[in-house]
Design a binder for this molecule. Structure first.
Ligand code: FAD
Length: 415
């Protein structure tokens, strides 16, 4: 059970959301994890297991809707819970305690990120055609930005082009790691719409364009093998793909800004998710140390293990305070660019350390499918690459600090 008590400094509404979420996580999801995600364990899964799992999911989704927590990332007019930025951030840490639980609350990547993007940038007609069916679960989507032949760390260098021909865009390019690629009915594709020879040019060179999957010229080459398993992170070639200009998302040249919008708030949510998962790993580790006896004593009596507990406590608390500080700056419209980069580096690394210690304390069971730790470890390692690798964010932090000093003042850590 996750121990979630009211936070004295948080608003009443935030505490209410955390309590309602914890109630569903503790009473509905955690006791049923083996049923809900039967395939995680290596027991053979029967038809009736799958049916029972579907039924349990439907039951939980009904309770989530009754609690007013369905699709917390969406405004109420689109059937969501209409939470504000801080409310959603605080909800994420509780929700993430149950690995995979977000799907039961209507949050499934990359659809949820694309929904947020469409809410902000789509025309009324695009919303009717793509957003509403996406929310209703009638369509699936992908976000196609990263390319094998250009560094994702430097999105301005992307090579995929869209050339205007009358009332159509013609798209040519090679993308990979487009998540959900096999199931997606449409992709939001990041394209260079001007200065095709100016690789590394300005932010205004990029536009996002909606491409239906069944358009001639969309070739899905493969689901890339990730961590030893075939995945739905796909390699896709767009070859002379023609779509009407109405499929352009936002103003021409707004693609880079739109991607930043998608990623900026997303980094806070990802970090709060990581904190929820660290919290779970921490609880699992401490509980095991209280039960497991080795060499004549419980693990909790060994100083190595006490060191693990203390180090993990510090990693989680430091991550949490940094992330909440960053979220509060963003919520009050202060410049949070340095803080966003700081959490994007610190939290996934702390997450890796916390899960690594939990795995160590659990021994062989730690890397088995009986516990969520192995998936957390892979997730934490992957997070150090996705949404901007560690190095890119470190460079940004140093750049901002040095600029402050060059401007004649030091860094004010109190603000
Ligand atoms: C599981 C998974 C899912 C993904 N899903 C999507 C998706 O749905 N859509 C999508 O578009 N993309 C997706 N990505 C791609 C992800 O966003 C990119 O991998 C990421 O942006 C890094 O780009 P890259 O892989 O091209 O690495 P590169 O840009 O080639 O960077 C490689 C390494 O170079 C180093 N580096 C970079 N810049 C510097 C520097 N200035 N100084 C020093 N070192 C540096 C870093 O260590 C970095 O890890 C996904 C990736 C993964 C792993």
């Amino acid at each position: 059970m996750m121990n979630v008590q009211p936070i004295p400094t948080a608003s009443e509404r935030i505490n209410e959301i955390r309590a309602l979420t914890a109630d569903i996580v503790n009473k509905e999801i955690l006791p049923n994890e083996n049923l809900l995600w039967a395939s995680r364990t290596n027991r053979s899964v029967t038809e009736s297991d799958l049916e029972a799992s579907q039924e349990a999911r439907r039951d939980i989704e009904t309770k989530v809707r009754q609690a007013g927590l369905w699709a917390p990332h969406l405004p109420q007019e689109y059937g969501g819970a209409g939470l504000d930025f801080l409310e959603l951030a605080y909800m994420n840490e509780v929700l993430a305690y149950a690995v995979g639980g977000a799907a039961l609350f209507g949050v499934v990547a990359p659809n949820s990120g694309n929904q947020t993007l469409l809410v902000k940038y789509a025309t009324e007609e695009q919303k009717r055609k793509w957003l509403i069916p996406l929310i209703e679960g009638k369509l699936q989507s992908g976000f196609s930005m990263t390319e094998p032949d250009a560094p994702g760390s430097d999105p301005r260098s992307l090579r995929t082009t869209a050339r205007r021909d009358g009332e159509e865009w013609i798209i040519n390019g090679h993308k990979w790691f487009t998540s959900n690629g096999k199931r997606a009915d449409f992709f939001i594709v990041m394209c260079r719409t001007e200065d095709p020879d100016n690789v590394g040019g300005g932010n205004g060179a990029m536009t996002q364009i909606i491409v239906p999957r069944d358009t001639p010229g969309v070739h899905i080459l493969r689901g890339i093998n990730v961590w030893g398993n075939e995945s739905d992170h796909c390699e896709i070639v767009y070859e002379d793909v023609r779509v009407p200009i109405e499929n352009q998302l936002g103003a021409r040249g707004s693609g880079h800004q739109a991607a930043q919008d998608r990623l900026g708030a997303g980094r806070v949510y990802h970090c709060m998710n990581s904190i929820g998962q660290m919290w779970r790993a921490f609880d699992l580790m401490v509980e095991r140390s209280r039960d497991r006896e080795v060499h004549g004593g419980l693990l909790r009596t060994k100083q190595f293990v006490q060191g693990f507990i203390a180090d993990s406590y510090m990693d989680i608390q430091a991550s949490r305070l940094m992330t909440i500080h960053c979220a509060e700056r963003m919520a009050s419209d202060q410049d949070a660019r340095t803080d966003i980069s700081a959490i994007k580096v610190f939290v996934p690394n702390a997450y890796m350390r916390v899960v690594d210690r939990a795995i160590q304390v659990w021994g062989a069971a730690g890397v088995s499918g009986d516990l969520p730790l192995y998936a957390m470890f892979q997730g934490a390692r992957t997070l150090r690459l996705a949404d901007g690798p560690d190095e890119v964010h470190r460079i940004l932090i140093a750049k901002n600090v040095l600029a402050r000093f060059d401007g004649g003042s030091g860094w004010d850590f109190g603000n």
